[in-house]
Design a protein around this ligand. Structure first.
Ligand code: SF4
Length: 190
């Protein structure tokens, strides 16, 4: 594989994830997400637990904790949400719909190309992720968060555990912003 081909493969994987799921499981996943109440309960429980684990993760070491938690998180969230492991989860704000599954990975609403029938500009046979997010959000107790302005995704956290970033309180912190003691470089290198 040439360097150019390797770069293109890497870019493709980054942009579209490695989604290979098909058929019945995909339909079941969409059904679950279209009826998000149990998923919201799961998130509330997880959040309550994680918020108490920040100190423990800090003592263990944030990088080490993330290394241990990443496979567990991916194992659970990949099949249910097609999670792309961005490291800064905003699922509950977007109707339990992962915005990183948008081909353009938009975190703040749809692009200008969403079709009149609610389909994606890039993948015409797929629903626009943000149309789904708005529809599903109305069925959750976080419907007021759908219009929230989310910080740009911090790519230094790609493939790290968002559970750890939630626990240590840097899930909404932008690297270099100066807000909060935790920056991506600490998560990666501590
Ligand atoms: S961690 Fe990021 S990629 Fe994974 S579900 Fe949450 S928002 Fe999506």
């Amino acid at each position: 594989m040439t360097q150019q081909e390797a770069f293109e493969a890497q870019t493709e994987a980054l942009r579209f994830g490695d989604r290979k799921e098909k058929g019945i499981w995909r339909k079941f996943r969409f059904f679950l997400q279209d009826h998000p109440t149990p998923l919201v309960w799961g998130w509330k429980l997880a959040e309550a637990v994680l918020k108490r684990m920040g100190g423990l993760f800090e003592r263990i070491g944030v990088k080490r904790s993330s290394r241990w938690m990443t496979p567990v998180e991916e194992l659970i969230k990949k099949p249910i949400f097609d999670c792309q492991m961005c490291g800064q989860c905003i699922l509950h704000s977007t109707g339990m719909t992962c915005p990183m599954t948008c081909p353009k990975q938009l975190r703040n609403g749809p692009c200008g190309g969403v079709r009149m029938d609610g389909k994606c500009e890039v993948i015409p046979e797929a629903d626009c992720i943000w149309v789904k997010a708005v529809e599903r959000s109305a069925k959750t107790s976080y419907s007021n968060e759908i219009g929230k302005l989310n910080p740009p995704v911090d790519w230094q956290l790609h493939k790290t555990s968002s559970w750890v970033t939630v626990a240590i309180g840097r899930d909404q912190v932008v690297t270099g912003s100066g807000s909060g003691p935790h920056h991506a470089s600490e998560v990666i290198s501590s």
